[in-house]
Design a binder for this molecule. Structure first.
Ligand SMILES: O=C(O)C(=O)[C@H](O)CO
Ligand SMILES: [Mg+2]
Length: 258
């Protein structure tokens, strides 16, 4: 049975960020993920995880200036010093939360630009090297251009080839099924082919990015497929509830901690 992680950036927005940990545990989740923890002290997050018996499934390395439109800096020329300091900041939060995987966002850059590609490979190699020292996996995630126009890593094949070429034991794919369906489709076969290099899975309905209980994907079938394939990681619920978070959790009831 998949272990679902509530995404506290997109779900439980009825509560303050730190109170979302309690609300997610109360709703039956045993794990959480979010985009960025950096506005809260690491020890405050650690306390919420401990008091609710929650596992920290994932979060992102700092993404540059998100409010100014940056969506990661790994592929941006001239930002390598920022990449290195961001890795150290993320490792402080990783030490506090016990997270075992971190996602490095690439940024808005042209994937055909050789300089951007060289910057990205250098950033990935550096981040993976530092995380490996702590036993943490580095994840890279292809993101579709409708949600994130101009995002550098916009193709599962490019991600797969990079993981293969760099051959770093802790460099893995963040397989967001929502993006896979929009970018390429063929979700079940891609899960079968890419599971060996997959470090995390995320879900949402397509096209609306709501609860995984309708629209064009058959998630009951995909959850069974994930089990059949022996996936032992987390499944991040990276969706925007249609209405109240709790009202939308009927799909989760069979999987909730009692
Ligand atoms: O966009 C996504 O699907 C992600 O998982 C990124 O981490 C945040 O944008
Ligand atoms: Mg995602």
């Amino acid at each position: 049975m998949p272990v679902f992680a509530a995404n506290l950036t997109m779900m439980f927005n009825e509560w303050s960020f730190l109170d979302r940990f309690d609300a997610a545990a109360e709703a039956g989740f045993t794990a959480v993920e979010y985009l960025f923890p950096y506005e809260a002290p690491p020890e405050a997050i650690a306390e919420r995880l401990a008091r609710n018996g929650l596992q920290q499934a994932l979060f992102n390395l700092p993404p540059g200036d998100w409010a100014a439109g940056e969506r990661g800096i790994a592929a941006l020329p001239g930002r390598f010093e920022d990449v290195k300091s961001d890795v150290e900041r993320a490792l402080d939060y990783a030490a506090a939360t016990g997270v075992q995987r971190l996602h490095l966002m690439a940024g808005l850059a042209d994937p055909s630009d050789e300089r951007a590609t060289a910057c990205y490979r250098r950033s990935v190699a550096h981040a993976a090297g530092r995380l490996a020292e702590k036993g943490i996996d580095l994840l890279i995630e292809p993101i579709n251009g409708r949600n994130m126009p101009g995002y550098f890593l916009n193709d599962f094949g490019i991600a797969e080839r990079l993981i293969d070429e760099l051959a770093l034991a802790n460099l893995k794919l963040q397989f967001d099924i929502y993006h896979r369906q929009i970018l390429h489709g063929d979700v079940a076969m891609a899960l079968r082919q890419l599971l060996p290099v997959t470090g995390h899975i995320q879900i949402a309905s397509v096209p609306s990015r709501h609860e995984p209980d309708g629209e064009e994907l058959n998630y009951p079938y995909l959850f069974e497929e994930i089990d059949r394939l022996g996936y032992a990681g987390f499944v991040g619920c990276e969706y925007t509830p249609r209405g109240g978070t709790l009202d939308g959790l009927a799909w989760f009831k069979p999987f909730a901690r009692s």
